[in-house]
Design a binder for this molecule. Sequence first.
Ligand SMILES: Cc1cc2nc3c(=O)[nH]c(=O)nc-3n(C[C@H](O)[C@H](O)[C@H](O)COP(=O)(O)OP(=O)(O)OC[C@H]3O[C@@H](n4cnc5c(N)ncnc54)[C@H](O)[C@@H]3O)c2cc1C
Ligand SMILES: NC(=O)c1ccc[n+]([C@@H]2O[C@H](COP(=O)([O-])OP(=O)(O)OC[C@H]3O[C@@H](n4cnc5c(N)ncnc54)[C@H](O)[C@@H]3O)[C@@H](O)[C@H]2O)c1
Length: 464
Amino acid sequence: MSPRIVIIGGGPGGYEAALVATKAGADVTLVERHGLGGNAVLTDVVPSKTVIATAEWLTIAGRASELGIRRRDGGEIARDLTVDMGQVNARVKALVRKQSGDIAARLEKNGVDVRTGVARLDGPHRVAVGDDAIDADAVLLAVGARPRVVPGCEPDGERILTWTQLYDLDALPEHLIVVGSGVTGAEFAGAYRLLGSEVTLVASKDRVLAREDPDASAHLTRVFVERGMHLVGGRAARVERTDQGVAVTLEDGAVLEGSHCLMAVGSVPNTEGIGLEEAGVELDERGLIRVDRVSRTTARSVYAAGDCTGVLPLASVAATQGRIAMAHTLGDAVTPLDLGLVASNVFTVPEIAAVGASEAELKARGLFYEVSTLDLARNPRAKMLGIDEGFIKVFGHTVTGQVFGAVIVGPRASEHIYPLSLAVAHHLTVDDVAAAFTVYPSLSGTLSEAARRLHRMGEGDARA
Ligand SMILES: Cc1cc2nc3c(=O)[nH]c(=O)nc-3n(C[C@H](O)[C@H](O)[C@H](O)COP(=O)(O)OP(=O)(O)OC[C@H]3O[C@@H](n4cnc5c(N)ncnc54)[C@H](O)[C@@H]3O)c2cc1C
Ligand SMILES: NC(=O)c1ccc[n+]([C@@H]2O[C@H](COP(=O)([O-])OP(=O)(O)OC[C@H]3O[C@@H](n4cnc5c(N)ncnc54)[C@H](O)[C@@H]3O)[C@@H](O)[C@H]2O)c1
């Protein structure tokens, strides 16, 4: 008989696992309460990146005249372009529906039994959905997370918003106060500023994007300020509606006034009230499911993937954890999760992409490393394209030249990081990277040059 797998949650942690498991011959049921694609598709990744795409095109269009583009009547293309937020959000919703529908079709085509409902564990081998119960040889929990609510700063869905509530706006907020300067806060603050809103970003840490490379975060902070964003240090203690909009009171008593407030203060896992602890699944003090590197929880036969584990809240990591869980339970070859290989990107303008070890991690691990940093603006292709900011940074081992990690700040950094991701994943050296041809002229020429600068004369043997 085929092994029976039940997956709770239809986000990347769940649906990717379902596809792998059916391909391996398992009998798979996936239970989702809202829509396929999970928050990644419905409320988080897809909608945010779609709005950011408009902000990016608007920025490019605003520079048209610099590149010699004129209206047919010879007039200059206006710099003060604006957006129709109603249309932008209608496009977002259409794209989200399509993406979710595509995933549903793919699951159906692959023979996954998809059920709609709220699921809970009834012991480690049974999942209850309403009055139904489904027996399972193994269960995968991929229940994701939801926006954290700070007491005193409760969203009302109209003026005080979580990131899931932004897409019902039919006009640009006049003055958006973004509370929280992690990746979510920085991405939205950056995008709405480019779209034309006045933006105030409240940062509780000493810098915006405190977990990113310090040079990258300093660069973005400078760009934000140059674009006229107001950066305010502090923590929000209270957010209230006023006649005009909203008032955000910080812990030091300062009051910020705006038309709307976006709370971007992190997430909490959807792990309460679904029978986890009763089934032997241990949670940590924040409610995150404890898992090992092959996605096993503390209950035999119960696995977990994605944001509910808090391992690293990225769609790519969720999908990898889900696939690993299925490989493990179905007896396929398993490569345990290696966070040292993860590539990530902050979708601001410019983007910030990173892969492998950060400089802080290299220092903490006491490794011998060298850094090569090159400005993108000196690249010939960048000059042609009008790119006048950004940099590429590569970390290599001082002796062997192994590529430990890299950071790229620039347009489409998310795409340009891939060769360096290959280098990190396959333990290539800076010489390996520099030896591969790049197209002339191309932005990747700078990537290769950054690696070449870490070459050591006479070290060829050590690096072979
Ligand atoms: C604004 C924002 C932007 C982001 N952008 C990116 C990005 O660009 N790139 C990136 O890699 N990551 C991004 N992330 C992170 C990414 O969204 C998450 O890491 C990813 O969604 C995690 O996938 P998941 O499968 O764990 O959970 P989710 O995508 O949250 O899916 C979980 C699903 O489980 C369902 N569920 C929960 N409980 C039950 C239950 N009891 N019964 C049935 N169904 C249930 C939920 O309805 C949900 O559909 C972003 C996050 C945010 C907040
Ligand atoms: N492009 C992407 O891949 C992308 C985009 C968004 C989120 N994500 C993922 O989601 C994770 C979480 O990011 P996030 O930004 O949603 O959450 P986060 O927890 O990283 O950041 C929230 C920030 O809000 C601050 N904060 C908390 N309470 C506050 C208060 N009362 N006043 C002011 N600030 C307060 C915190 O100190 C923190 O800096 C990221 O680490 C990333 O893995 C990824």
